[in-house]
Structure formats: structure tokens, C-alpha cells
Design a protein around this ligand. Structure first.
Ligand code: ATP
Length: 230
């Protein structure tokens, strides 16, 4: 379980409170108006922002003061953060080790991850030689080899066209089911949330609310969300 206990997140003059829990293996959307604090919430879980108050507990461990690298959490950013001078295989390898020499086991893990995202034949290419969708797949393969239990996505496929975005979301949904990973995904598109999440957290008016069924929240949006959805 991921548990926010009486949390207060402060960033300059911006304040967000969170007192909520997410069960293991849930897929949860983070939705709400622009500037409401969706990214702030995700970045706090990843360890990039400190709490002014409260505690965060993940899988029975208090991670409130843990460094980002010590949390068993993977985060996929919008641009994928691939290194342009490295091949797809090398970029994925960085999810496992910073050493240039991989063990046989590590090589197999990287190859399996590239195969799982449909890129077996393209490991030798650099990002500039791959399409946007293929680059997203490399970033996803790098997350896969990390074998983290919690995956955080902050609008990761926003730059892709609608069909490609849907394809990537479906791939993420398949992968999290296969691996039992808990997923939290910031999205501006309600259809993304409907597509792959069962629950959604509404972030609005300085509060990250407890998760509610995604369809219920989007079908009967509270005032703060209604204005945003239009
Ligand atoms: N250094 C800062 N000082 C004060 N306020 C900040 C600072 N950085 C960000 N903010 C504010 O924090 C709030 C939350 O930002 P955040 O990026 O988390 O929102 P968001 O819901 O993800 O927005 P969007 O949907 O537009 O991406 C915003 O209102 C922003 O203006």
C-alpha cells in the first residue's frame, strides 16, 4: 500500500495536502485542473520534493526521508530522458547498471525487455534513429528492467499522436498487470484515465483527494473538475 499520512507539500507559496491510500497493484490516474499540483504529488512520491508535514509509507516502509534512488519506485517522464549518444540497448542497460560491461544475466534481461516492448531488432539504434513511439518504448523497457513495484507516469506520451498514445497506454496497462506493478499516472486527457485506470485521484483546491472509481469521478465530476473538463 502507498499511504500519505496527513501530508503537507510546500513549494514556494504553493501548498498541497494529501491524506490517502492506494492499494497494491492498482492503476490510479491523477487528474485535476492545470497548476493544481498533480506533478507536485508525483514528484513528492519519487522523492524530488520534501514534505513540510506528515509521512509517506510505501510497502510497509516509511520513505518520507529516503533519497529518490533508495525508493523502489520508477518514474517515466514526458520526454523519456533518453541519452542521445547511446544506443537503445545502452539506454535500457542504464536501468540496471552504470557499468559499461554487462553480465550475461544483465544482457539477457535487457534483450528480454527490448523484445517485450517490440524492439528486438532495433537495439543498436540511437534515439535520433527511432520514431517517437519507438523512443517511448525504449524508455519503458528501461523502466521494466528496474523491476520496481511502483511506476509513476507524468504525461509520458503527450507528444505522441492519439493512436500511438493509445497503443503505448495499452502496453503500459499490459505490463503493469503482468508484473503486478502499482501505477500512478498524471493525465490531462480523461480518456487516458478511463482507458487504463480503475481509480483516480482528484487534485484540486490544494487537496489531493482519496482515490475514487475513475468512471464515477469522470461521469459525475465535482465542481472543481467540471470546470476543467468543460
Ligand atoms: N518554485 C515555485 N514557487 C511557487 N510556486 C510554484 C513553484 N513551482 C511550481 N509552483 C506552483 O505549484 C503549483 C503546482 O504545480 P504542478 O506542476 O504540480 O501542477 P500540475 O497540476 O501538474 O499542472 P499542469 O497540469 O499544468 O502540468 C502550480 O500552481 C505552480 O504555479
Amino acid at each position: 500500500m502507498l499511504k500519505f499520512e496527513n501530508c503537507l507539500i510546500q513549494n514556494g507559496g504553493f501548498t498541497l495536502s494529501a491524506d490517502l491510500s492506494i492499494e497494491f497493484s492498482q492503476s490510479v490516474a491523477v487528474i485535476g485542473p492545470s497548476g493544481a499540483g498533480k506533478s507536485t504529488l508525483i514528484e513528492t512520491i519519487a522523492g524530488f520534493r520534501d514534505l513540510a508535514q506528515g509521512r509517506i509509507n510505501w510497502a510497509g516502509q516509511d520513505i518520507t526521508h529516503s533519497a529518490p534512488a533508495q525508493r523502489s519506485i520508477a518514474m517515466l517522464f514526458q520526454d523519456g530522458n533518453l541519452f542521445p549518444h547511446l544506443t537503445a540497448t545502452q539506454n535500457v542497460s542504464l536501468g540496471l547498471t552504470h557499468s559499461k560491461r554487462l553480465t550475461t544475466d544483465q544482457t539477457q534481461t535487457v534483450e528480454a525487455a527490448l523484445a517485450r516492448v517490440g524492439l528486438s531488432q532495433l537495439g543498436a539504434r540511437k534515439p535520433a534513429e527511432l520514431s517517437g513511439g519507438q523512443q517511448s518504448r525504449v524508455a519503458l523497457a528501461r523502466v521494466l528492467v528496474q523491476r520496481r513495484d511502483l511506476l509513476l507516469l507524468d504525461e509520458p506520451f503527450a507528444a505522441l499522436g492519439p493512436a500511438l498514445k493509445a497503443e503505448m497506454l495499452d502496453l503500459v496497462a499490459e505490463l503493469v498487470v503482468e508484473t503486478g506493478t502499482t501505477l500512478m499516472m498524471v493525465s490531462h486527457d480523461p480518456e487516458d484515465a478511463r482507458r487504463i485506470t480503475g481509480q483516480a485521484i482528484l487534485v484540486a483546491d490544494g487537496v489531493a483527494h482519496a482515490p475514487a472509481p475513475t468512471n464515477v469521478l469522470l461521469d459525475n465530476p465535482p465542481e472543481a473538475l467540471r470546470a476543467y473538463l468543460g
